[in-house]
Design a protein. Sequence first.
Length: 181
Amino acid sequence: MKGLIVFSYGMEDGEALTTRALLKRAGLEVTSITFENTTDIITAFGLHVKADAYARNVNIDDYDFVVIPGGGYVAKIVDHDTSIKNLVKHFDETGKLVAAICAGPRFLGQAGLLNGKSFTAFTGSEKDMPKGIYLPSYKAVRDHNIVTARGAGAVYEFVNEIVKYLLGEEKARALLNSILY
C-alpha cells in the first residue's frame, strides 16, 4: 500500500517527519508531495527538507491514503486553500483513508468531511467542524475512513490508527513493539 503526505512551509516537524518515518517502518510506501512553488520546505522549527514531488505531478488515484500534518501554516492558508481540501475530498469520495493531525483536521472540517463524524484536533481547531463530534480528550480518533489526532504528542497513536486501518491490528502492534512504545 502506498500513500501521500503533504509537506508545506511551516509544517510541524514531528507530525510530518515522524509520521512519515513510522509509516515507512510499518512497510507502507509514502511519497511526500507539496503544493508550494518549490520542493524545498522549511519546517516550523527550521529544518530544511525536500518533498519527493510536486502534487501536480502525481496521479493521486495511484495512492491508498493521504496524510495532512498540522503546524502554523494551517492558520495562514486554510481559509483560502482549495488544493488540500480538494485532495482530501477526492480521497474521501473514493473511500480511501484520510488522516490529519493537530490543526490539519481544519482542512477536513472546511471540506465537510467531518460532518457527523467523531474527531479530535488541536484545541481551537474544532471551530471548523461545527457539525462534527469533537473528542478533545482523545489523542487519536478513527471514524470510518477518517483518522484525526490532536497534536505532536499524539503522533504514535495517530500512526497506530492509520496502520491498524490499512494493515490490521497485528501489524500495528508489531510497529509499536519495534519502537519499544
